[in-house]
Design a protein around this ligand. Structure first.
Ligand code: FAD
Length: 434
């Protein structure tokens, strides 16, 4: 497995390049090792540093910190979801457990940006669950029921309202929920890297090749060095399976997204100068599409089983074409060639869309698998797995542990066959919404 940095993602390209990169080159020993420096690993490192100011904490990443999925996502910090992976369970008790976790996720990110005065284009504008199909009104009405029972503010909207708010005639029905936040994921995760406490040593471009438990330690081998650690936290999300972690409970999925350049004044006027907005599709494989604060359009309309991890430029070009069509369907008046970048990112899924948060051995811990809610839930789970690994308990841990646990997955080749078949089925069901 090889994970490399690339320059394809607009969110990352918006940031100043970093210069303080250290690569692991020697043998090291530490009290704590965290593998993976995305939202989960960075948050775990911050919390461990607070809890153990005099202990040595090492954080490693195979690429530049934060530049995996944590910078490559669509930037929705969610309070509610309609579709979660492939599942859309609206059973009230389970939905409440999920929403309780989302709420804690929003709180923890909010606390971070307040404490460090982070500018990440935070906008509490909520989000839309939308469809071009009138018949999807039924799905939204059922969802309305769940939201009302749980006290989430929401609003059903028709084509006329949507055209005004979104600048497109494409959607015929939508539910707006008030509580979600739109943000710039690259800026948020970069702030988490920049504010790592001093007792955290960060090594980047340092891929963990293999690991084993030896007596009370875990021995980890990298290309040019090794780390012998007392405790380890795996925070590699889409790469958990490739490291042999909870292999029968999670699998990686590759998503691709595209972002346009900023619309010109004329182009922006032609779509009615809408305020920033974010749409999630009512159908699981439909497009996520967003108008950013600086008038760029982001679209994500693919999810697939894809190996190896790095997608070649020609493969990305094929997805970019689909995304261009997706934008054109919604905004026929815009020029064809406004996509500025197309990138891929790896996420992790479980069968029942439940997250992993676990002690898997005396000194081995793991957190991951958040579907479309990793910004908040990853930050929360990172912090709380650090607390759990320090043998402490919190109300947050109780809330997390009250969720349904991930269910067992069949072995290969049945797993890939099952996932691919399901993805094809969902893609067909969502074809009008891509
Ligand atoms: C296109 C796209 C859109 C998305 N949209 C949203 C959204 O709108 N809202 C939302 O909340 N979530 C969204 N997500 C999901 C979200 O990005 C993830 O849930 C979140 O980034 C998970 O954070 P993490 O820290 O657990 O994992 P990651 O950010 O994936 O970090 C894991 C890190 O582990 C490192 N790693 C892996 N293997 C090794 C190894 N062997 N050695 C060392 N390091 C290793 C990787 O390099 C990576 O940096 C989206 C994801 C994608 C790809």
């Amino acid at each position: 497995m090889q994970i490399v940095n690339d320059k394809r993602c607009s969110w990352i390209n918006d940031l100043d390049p970093r210069s303080n990169i250290k690569v692991l080159e020697k043998k090291k020993e530490s009290e704590w090792l965290i593998v993976g420096a995305g939202f989960t690993g960075l948050s775990a490192a911050r919390k461990l540093a607070q809890l153990h100011p005099n202990q040595k904490i090492i954080l490693v990443d195979a690429q530049l910190a934060g530049e995996g999925a944590s910078s490559r996502n669509s930037g929705y910090l969610v309070d509610t979801t309609l579709n979660d992976g492939f599942t859309s369970s609206k059973e009230l008790d389970n939905y409440k457990k999920k929403a309780d976790i989302y709420k804690l996720g929003i709180e923890v990110v909010k606390r971070f940006i307040k404490e460090y005065q982070v500018d990440c284009d935070w906008n509490e504008c909520g989000k839309y669950f939308a469809s071009s199909k009138e018949e999807d009104k039924k799905i939204l009405e059922n969802f309305t029921d769940t939201l009302s029972k749980l006290g989430f503010e929401h609003n059903l909207l028709s084509n006329k309202d949507l055209k005004k708010r979104l600048g497109t005639n494409f959607y015929n029905i939508a539910l707006h929920t008030k509580g979600g936040i739109l943000l710039h994921p690259g800026k948020l995760v970069r702030a988490m890297v920049d504010t790592l406490p001093e007792n955290v040593s960060l090594y980047e471009n340092s891929s963990l090749l293999n690991w084993k438990k030896l007596d009370d330690y875990v021995i980890c081998n990298f290309k040019n060095g090794s780390i012998k650690t007392k405790k380890i936290i795996f925070a590699t999300n889409g790469f958990l399976k490739s490291l042999g972690i909870k292999s029968n409970y999670n699998f990686p999925i590759t998503l691709t997204a595209s972002m346009t350049r900023s619309l010109t004044n004329e182009e922006f006027e032609s779509i009615g100068q809408p305020k920033e907005w974010g749409v999630l599709s009512v159908r699981p494989m439909g497009a996520t599409i967003r108008m950013t604060k600086d008038r760029r359009i982001l679209i994500r309309n693919t999810a697939e089983v894809y190996n190896p991890y790095l997608m070649s430029q020609s493969e990305l070009d094929k997805r970019s074409l689909k995304q261009r069509i997706g934008i054109k369907k919604r905004f026929p008046q815009l020029p064809d060639d406004i996509i500025q970048s197309t990138w891929s990112g790896i996420v992790s899924r479980t069968r029942n869309s439940s997250q992993i948060f676990e002690k898997i051995d005396d000194n081995i811990f793991v957190a991951g698998c958040y579907n479309g809610s990793g910004i908040g839930v990853g930050t929360l789970f990172g912090e709380q797995i650090a607390i759990k690994a320090s043998n402490e308990n919190t109300k947050e841990i109780e809330t997390i542990e009250a969720r349904n646990k991930p269910t067992w997955l069949p072995p290969e080749p049945f797993l890939s066959f099952g996932v691919k078949t399901r993805l094809i089925y969902e893609r067909i069901r969502a074809r009008s919404e891509i």
